[in-house]
Design a protein around this ligand. Sequence first.
Ligand code: PHE
Length: 486
Amino acid sequence: MAEEAILGFLDNNTQISDSGQFATDQGLDHNEVVNVIKSLHGFRYVDAEDIKKETWVLTDEGKMYAATGSPEILLFLAIPPEGIPKDELQKKLDPAVYKIGCAQAAKNKWVELGKLVTRKVQQAEDKVKNLLLQIQEGKVVGQDDIKALKARKLIAQQTWKGYSVKKGLNYAPKRKKVATDLTRENLQRGDWKELEFKEYNFSAKGLPIEGGHLHPLLKVRQQLKDIFRQMGFEEMPTNNFVESSFWNFDALFQPQQHPARDSHDTFFLQAPSTTNELPEDYVERVKAVHESGGYGSRGYGYDWKREEADKNLLRTHTTAVSSKMLYLLAQKPFVPKKYFSIDRVFRNEAVDRTHLAEFHQIEGLVCDRGLTLGDLIGVLHDFFSRLGMSKLRFKPAYNPYTEPSMEIFSYHEGFKKWVEVGNSGMFRPEMLLPMGLPEDVRVIAWGLSLERPTMILYGIDNIRDLFGSKIDLGLIKKNPLCRLGI
Ligand code: PHE
């Protein structure tokens, strides 16, 4: 509406000298006219120049007088021809009206203020009200009157902004619609030749992209997989949560009375409760090494039970997969191997800030002839420094399946202390030799949870904020794309 009016007016006239006047004449809202002028100016349809006018507007008090009359006239009208005692007059009027009215009416010489208040003139004209009404209508009023009204704070100055408008460089009586897309129809009709295209606005903000989001554990897992692969490790198949006690414990030379094999620490399966396939000859050798030793070991000297080994469980560590992989490796002519896995394990534990009944384990192992503890320390330095943990310390530890065993500590620059980051060792001959691996083959291995480094990397101090049913989805949306280095 306003756009047509402005462009149409300029088609027949040289200029719009005052947008305010134009808006009034056309019955348009001045704000709308101003917005259209700004837009047309942007596309150079019009040239516009600012005009500023100082105008007078009524204050709240001024508006009141314009509506009901000035205090002096109200006071004058309250005086009967015979006069009125001062205190009576005061009672008749609003205190402000009485006070201002007395002063102004006396100044105008309309009244005589004594004990008895009387009129000095027959009639009085409410000049103040009339002036205020004129100002309200936008009429011009004399300077002296303005001064007087301003002194009484009945009017205040306001700056009015508008434009004077002329045809611009790209003036046309109608704004051309610019095309934002080249369509199939444009091409078919051939009208694309005449079309004017809207310029790209490269500084416009695009819509935020809402794609999928990876959980921090998945990101750190991917980074770890990359590290293992860069170091020449192959991934072990860990796609079975259910394992037999045999591979999870017995093959690892973990005695059947070991507390970890208690149902308080391990989830056993009710159905199917037992495994039905184990390599029988190997089972015999494992039984023998547990009961009476061999390969230079005295064994544990107890009565090994097959039923115990057959029990199915949710694997308590991924070392269950490592033992099976090493057994398979021993069934063929020996070749050195570097294996890794990152997958879920289960422990029947009380859940707290740092423990869950299921979590993820990272495991690495190197199997080769003549490896030493020095090789283990070296490979751990290599592995952990790729994770951003270059200061390591080792502490002697115990695992039934490794000797020697070492806990791994890393210096945390943020926490300013040594934190435990993993467990490691060299697999025992009691574990490797019954499998059939050559005597000079050594296996160095280490394991750690995926949650621990992820929590350190992402600054999360409660494991339940990272994994499980109570995590905040916002964490997954907002966490950084990549984070390595502690
Ligand atoms: N299986 C051990 C654990 O659950 C980790 C480990 C793996 C230790 C290999 C030594 C060698 O903590």
